[in-house]
Design a protein. Structure first.
Ligand code: GTP
Length: 197
């Protein structure tokens, strides 16, 4: 059953090597005069109760955005997005009903992203994760989950399982299909960034 208004904490993933982009602080690269991560914040902020940024480089610059910045735990450094998610778990406010995971490099996310994921997550009590998809593919770096599953995450990573997909499909996960493919475009490299300016 859906709560009247679930408390949602957003975690914006901004760590990683950024190999295709050629730099580690991908979220700070400007698109139309604003850092990529600023676009993500602007789209999601009105729908979220709290925001955390998961980043390992340029921490001071990310902090200027006005939200807590959490670096990856030393035990899981360079282990990918799940390591970032694990590192934020201790900082998620206790009142949080659901956590939204999004990358820092998707500046065109749909405005109704959160409401659609919330509707699906609470459509059946056994659902633990609602993940985003479009007609052509799933987007495993964009999902909403119930924080109860956080207590299994360290064990999962300790088994050297670092893929977001493997984590999502380990749970009762419901697919949430969005129509606008372009809204999920990742700015993974400079060519894509220039095409979207
Ligand atoms: N905190 C944290 N975030 C990560 C890590 N690896 C990737 N991310 C983030 O997870 C999202 C998806 O990452 P990818 O685009 O697949 O990886 P990337 O390192 O950014 O880029 P590539 O090296 O080109 O694959 C992005 O928002 C990254 O910033 C990590 O080790 N820690």
């Amino acid at each position: 059953m859906i709560k009247q208004k679930p408390i949602i904490t957003g975690v914006i993933l901004a760590g990683g090597e950024g190999r295709r982009m050629g730099r580690k602080n991908k979220g700070l690269i400007p698109l139309n005069d604003r850092p990529l991560i600023q676009h993500v914040i602007e789209r999601l902020h009105p729908q979220l109760d709290h925001i955390l940024i998961s980043a390992n480089e340029d921490i001071a610059t990310y902090q200027e955005l006005g939200f807590p910045v959490i670096s990856d735990h030393a035990d899981f450094k360079n282990k990918g997005p799940l390591a970032g998610i694990l590192s934020t778990t201790a900082f998620i406010p206790k009142s949080t009903d659901a956590v939204l995971i999004v990358p820092c490099d998707t500046p065109f996310l749909p405005i109704h992203l959160v409401s659609l994921l919330v509707n699906n997550l609470y459509a059946q009590t056994e659902y633990e994760i609602a993940y985003a998809a479009t007609a052509s593919q799933i987007h495993p770096s964009i999902f909403l989950y119930k924080p109860i599953i956080n207590n299994q995450l360290a064990a999962h990573l300790n088994q050297q399982q670092y893929s977001l997909k493997s984590w999502i499909f380990k749970h009762n996960a419901v697919k949430t299909i969005f129509e606008d493919e372009h809204a999920f475009t990742n700015m993974n490299d400079m060519e894509t960034l220039h095409q979207n300016q």
